[in-house]
Ligand binder design. Sequence first.
Ligand SMILES: [Zn+2]
Length: 415
Amino acid sequence: MAPCYDEKETRPSRERLREQNERLAEMIRIGYDASPYVKKVIDERGLTANAIKSVDDLEALPVISREKLVSLETVRPPYGGLTHPTLVTDRIFTSPGPVYEPHLSEHELWHRGYCAAGFKPGDIVLNTFSYHMVAAGLTFHEGLRSVGATVVPSGTSGTETQVQLIRDLKVTGYTGTPSFLMAIIAKAGELGFDFRNDFNLRRASFVAEPLQPSLRRRFEDEYGIDTYQMYGATEVGDIAYECHIKNGWHLCEDVIVEIIDPATGMKVPSGQLGEVVVTRLNNKFFLFRFGTGDLSRIIEEPCPCGRTSCRLDGIAGRVGDAVKVRGLFIAPSQLNKLKENFRNYLIQLVITREDFRDRLTVRMASTDEITSKEIALFDRVFQETCTIRPDDIEVTTTAELEGDNSLIIDRREWK
Ligand SMILES: [Zn+2]
């Protein structure tokens, strides 16, 4: 597939950074005058609107979680004092909380994601996101329109209706969640169709739900559907999208993404796991440092596709589900990835604390003998996957690990 780029996606990184710094400084200056909330946080910190000039200066501002946004909006409806008092917007969305969001951009949102996924004029795409109240339906609709695709706004119609639309309209693409596409495929089977041979649906772009590698293989190998992922949040719009290399998601041009330690709000060293915090560059909604609660890390190595933006290494889980060992997050999804690579082993992590230091022991067991060479390989892959080195690797019996099948046992006491 010929990749679809635009000039911004392939410009040198320093140009992108320069533009982002300029737009951020402008957003802060306008936000300080327009938004009572922004003025308050800057004044409280003894800063001036001119003090925040670059992406690195953002650390001086607090992270705003979804819960915090709900409480700000409850006190000062509808936008918590985060917009200009005279804001005019074409649409207002809601998401659970409730949170109210002004529509941020007339165009460009999700455009690059659909472009990178290969959607183009001539495609007829089923948009299965809800058009009611929430942002999803309409914003993905516009993203698809921006690449010239024809949209079937099927929304939350039942699977039988979706199958009928795919058949009657010769639908070529899908956008929605992976689980709903699987449900549609299952319904088609029940109705006596052979999904791959009877229908034309060959491309899918997923958002809002993780795509398990095993499900991706089924879509691609069994049903001949080329699959892509995009990532975003209603509060900030699109954040990242997958290219045809399918190894990480490129950061969008109009967002600043920081990976932080939720305990301190400070950036973690490059390549480490932390919370995804997003600032969308715009002069309507002054939501600086929105904390998504999602865990990921940044891939800085250049992507073979030619885009020069950094990539997010998927979503490793939610902040609350991960454990922190020696200051580094380990998420259950990382351990599941490890288990996929070492299918013959049972694995368990035990975390203890000795002399004020965390100690990480990995216990492993197999029905076959585990050689020292295998242990060394496991040690190396563990470090690559989890970015932390175990203190000990302990080989034990399968009976013992099956007795307590928790993946992570945290025995630390904080006295
Ligand atoms: Zn790429």
